[in-house]
Each structure stands twice: as structure tokens, then as C-alpha cells.
Design a protein around this ligand. Sequence first.
Ligand code: FAD
Length: 333
Amino acid sequence: MSDFSDYKGTWVFLEVKDGEIVPVSLELLGAGRQLADKRTTQLAGVLVGHNVTPLAKKAFEYGADVVYVYDAPIYRHYRTETYMRAILACVEKHKPEILLYGATSTGKDLASAVATDLPTGLTADTTQLDVEADTGLLLASRPAFGGNIMATILCKKYRPQMATVRAKVMKPLAREPGRAGTVIEESIPLEEADIRTKVLEIVRATTHRVRIDEADIIVAGGKGLGGPAGFQLIHRLAETIGAAVGASRDVVEAGWVEHHHQVGQTGVTVTPKIYFAIGISGAIQHIVGMQNSGLIIAINKDPNAAIFQCCHYGIVGDALAIVPLLIEAFKTA
Ligand code: FAD
């Protein structure tokens, strides 16, 4: 059995976007705080970027005790190589027992690169975190076998134990203004000439529509809409009430909308205040992505559809007839 007695503490990679720590990293500080308290260890954040040091203050207010900072122009834009080298150096020097990342495109890319290089294990797309009472091992759980079971994955032979965690499944702590911690500034020798990738230009997607992962209201449609023309009703209702558009996987696979609208196990996990599920059967793989919504309203012509088991209000009927009535009612409301 390997000796891991040097490895201590729970860490969170603090992803930065547009000069702010992204919400999932704050959620992970909340989850990490609980893990660290159970194991009576410190909670640390790792910040990598350019001009990011002031963000450590926010991490302390959301639960971190320590923040390791790699702040240099070479980290201005995310690149796998530069960020990976910073994280590898930090892990080697300070030896965390647990290291968590948000399951964002950056988090997934970075975590898998770090896991491969160390090497250690990585549980991807985790939705529950805990520690085993007698061993203190991380218990990272995620849906498996098409969402029919929850698999709890342990990493016994390597350190750190790593997981990427879905956005919006953990809760951030209430902000504690003025809560202080220790900033540890780190650096590694890294020259632009050593790095094989260059960021030439960043082109932002332009959309006037509400983003699904940030929306308070989501109108989601399924195969019951019958086709792309029927699905336009979902766009119209969403536009009328200022909601984001969601979709089932079958709709995405049919090409009626792009993948970033997909809600569920292989899509986005959402927790809006109101979720309309229209012409969606309620397969478990869809439910796991929206079941924590504040209010779920389902429309389905089949009274036995599974979606009616998890909604707060259900309308049995033809969506193609009901949705136009809703649009008119909301317009005149
Ligand atoms: P259907 O199952 O075809 O249901 C259509 C519903 O519309 C039915 O309930 C029907 O009664 C109703 N209906 C029909 N006509 C009308 C009408 N005129 N008015 C009102 N209601 C009507 N699915 C996801 O959504 N997200 C995922 O992330 C996801 N990941 C998956 C991962 C794996 C590994 C697997 C195996 C599957 C995954 N799926 C996912 C697919 C999932 O199992 C279902 O196949 C899918 O959710 C079904 O989509 P649907 O409800 O739109 O279509």
C-alpha cells in the first residue's frame, strides 16, 4: 500500500472567465468546505491567470482558507499546456489529497491533462461528493448505465483524488464579507517559446437569446412537438416570456436545435425557477438534468407519461394546440 501521508487538504481549481471566478468554482468551494471540515483539513483554491490575484479575496469570502496564485501574462488566455504546468507544479510542491474542477470545457480539458500527466484517476461529471467515514477517501458519484444507477468511484492507489463536478448541483456558501485567508504566490519558469499553442484571436458567439445555464425560466421541448416547425412554438413561447430554450436529446439528435440546448445526463444540468417540459416523455436521462428546478410544468398528451411523476403542474393535451394559447395569454397578460 502506498504512503500518502504527505498529501493533505482539499483543493478547488478556481476557473476565471471575463475577470471573475466562474459560479461553478464558488459552488465547489461550498462542497469543498464540507469535505475539508469532515476531514479536518484546509480548503485551498488555485488561481491561474493574468491579474487574477485580487480574486483570492472572493475565494476566502466563499470558504477558502488558502489560495495558491500563478499570476503572469503567459496565463492571460487558457491554454492546456500553460495551466497544466502550473497545476502540476503546485500539486508536486504542496500535495493536495483532493482536487476538484468544474465540469466546464476548461475544467474537463485541464483535469484530464493533469490526470494523465501525474498520473492519477479522475471521476468525470460528478453530481455528488462525500468522504468515506473510516478511510477519509473521496466518494465521487455520477450517473452510470444510461442514468439507471449512481456509480460511486474511489481512487485508492493515486493522489490527488480528482473529480470534475457539474455546475449547479452543489451550493455555494453564503458570502462572508471580510473573511480572510492566506495568499501564496507561486511561479514556474515558463517562456512563450516553450509553448506549442498560441491564441491568435477570440471570437465570441453572439446571441440575443437567454443562456440555458443562467436562465430563471426554461421552455424545453421534446419529440412530441412533431418536427422543427412544431419546435418553433418552443422558441416563440420562450421569447414571449424571456426564457431560455431547452431540449431533449432526441430533439438535438434529430437536428431541430443545437447541442448546447440539451438538458440531461449528456447535456446541461439546470435549476431554473420555472421549467416547462413540453412534449417530453420524462426519460431518467432527461430528469437528472432538470429535477431540481423550482417549479416544473409539463405538457404531454399521454396521461401516463413519466414526466408527470416529477412535475408540480401537468397539462394533459396536445402541445401544438396548447402552446399557441399560452403564447397569446402571456402576450396579453
Ligand atoms: P420521446 O421519448 O419520443 O417522447 C415524446 C413525448 O411527447 C411522449 O411522452 C409523447 O406522449 C409526447 N407527445 C407526442 N405528441 C405530443 C403532442 N402533440 N403534445 C404533447 N405531447 C406529445 N435524453 C435527454 O433528454 N437528455 C440527455 O442528456 C440524455 N442523455 C442520454 C444518455 C444516454 C446514455 C442514453 C441511453 C439516453 C439519453 N437520453 C437523453 C435519451 C433519453 O433516454 C430519451 O430517449 C429522450 O429523453 C426522449 O426524448 P423525448 O422525450 O423528446 O422523446
